[in-house]
Design a protein around this ligand. Sequence first.
Ligand SMILES: Cc1cc2nc3c(=O)[nH]c(=O)nc-3n(C[C@H](O)[C@H](O)[C@H](O)COP(=O)(O)OP(=O)(O)OC[C@H]3O[C@@H](n4cnc5c(N)ncnc54)[C@H](O)[C@@H]3O)c2cc1C
Length: 301
Amino acid sequence: MAQVYDCIIVGCGPAGLSAALNLKIRNKSFIILGTKDCSQWLAKAERVDNYLGFPAISGSELRDRFFDHIHQQGIEQMDARVSAIYGGEGTFSLMAGRDTYQSRTVIVATGVHVERLLPGENELLGRGVSYCATCDGPLYKGKKVALIDYTQGEAWDEALFLSELAAKVYYLSATGQNEAKAFTPSTNPKNMEFPLGKVLALKGNESIASLQTDDQEIPIDGVFILRETMKAENLLPGLETRDGAIIVDAHMRTNMPGVFAGGDCTGKPYQLAKAVGQGAIAALSAVSFLDEQQRTPAKGL
Ligand SMILES: Cc1cc2nc3c(=O)[nH]c(=O)nc-3n(C[C@H](O)[C@H](O)[C@H](O)COP(=O)(O)OP(=O)(O)OC[C@H]3O[C@@H](n4cnc5c(N)ncnc54)[C@H](O)[C@@H]3O)c2cc1C
C-alpha cells in the first residue's frame, strides 16, 4: 500500500521550500514535487535588493542559500511535474509522470502561470485536449495522439507512456526544433514521430481533429499539452481562482478543505518575501488542519 503523506507540496520555488521547512520543523511527513530548476523565476533575477538580510544578492545565489538551508534539515525535493490532483475520502491523489502520490493535505506553490494558450485549446479541453497523459492516456488506446512538450524534455517519460498505448505519438517541442529526438535516438519507440515546426493551433468542432504547425496539419484523435506550469483550476478541478490567481484567505486556505496555496500562484504582488511568508503560513495551516483531523477524523473532503 502506497504511503499517504501528511502533506504534498507542489512547486519548489521560494513558497514551496518555505512550506517544506515549516512542515519539517513541525515534524510532519511530506514530499516536495517540483520541476528540475526549482524556480526559473528566481534564477532569472539578476539582483534582488528587497529581501531582508541579503542585500544585493543574485536570484541564483539566493536559491542556493534556500537549498543549503533545506538540505541542512534533511529535506530533498523530487523532480516530478504534477499533472493532476484529485480529492477523495480524506486523501488526495497527485499524478506525476507515471507515478501517483497520496496525501492528507496539499500545498499548491506553483508560481504564476504565464504561458499563452493555443488557439482552440480552451474550446477543445476535455474533448481531445488533456494535460495529463497518465490520467487520460488509456482513452487513446490504438489511436493517434500528439504530445506538445513545453517543459524542455521533462515530459519525455509521459511521451513514452503514451507510445505504449497509442498507435502513433507525434512529439512536438515548444521551439519547433524537436530536440527530444536526440534524447535516445536508438531507443525511440517505432510508433513515435518528431515533426518539426511550431504548433500554431488546435482544430476541431465536437472534438479535436488536427493540429496545425507552421509546417503542416497533422490529423490526431487527442493532444496532451505539458507545460512548466498550468492553470491552477486545471491542475485541481474545483479550485476557485480569480483572474488566474488561487483565492485564499489569510490562513492560505483555499475553497477546498485540506488544500492550501502560497506564493505567486495566489496573485500579485509577485515578490519573494510574500512567497516565503505565504509558504510558511500555508504549512502552519496544514499542520492545524491535520491536528484537527486527528481530533475529529474526517468523513470525506
Ligand atoms: C527577472 C525577475 C526578477 C525578479 N526580481 C525580484 C526581486 O528583485 N525581488 C522580489 O521580491 N521578487 C523578484 N522576482 C519575483 C520572484 O522571483 C517571485 O515572486 C518568486 O520566485 C515566487 O516564488 P513562488 O515559489 O511563488 O513561485 P516560483 O518561484 O515561480 O516557483 C514555482 C515552482 O513551481 C514549479 N511548478 C509549477 N507547476 C508545477 C507542477 N505542476 N508540478 C511541479 N512543479 C511545478 C515551477 O516550475 C517553479 O519551479 C523576480 C522575478 C523575475 C522573473
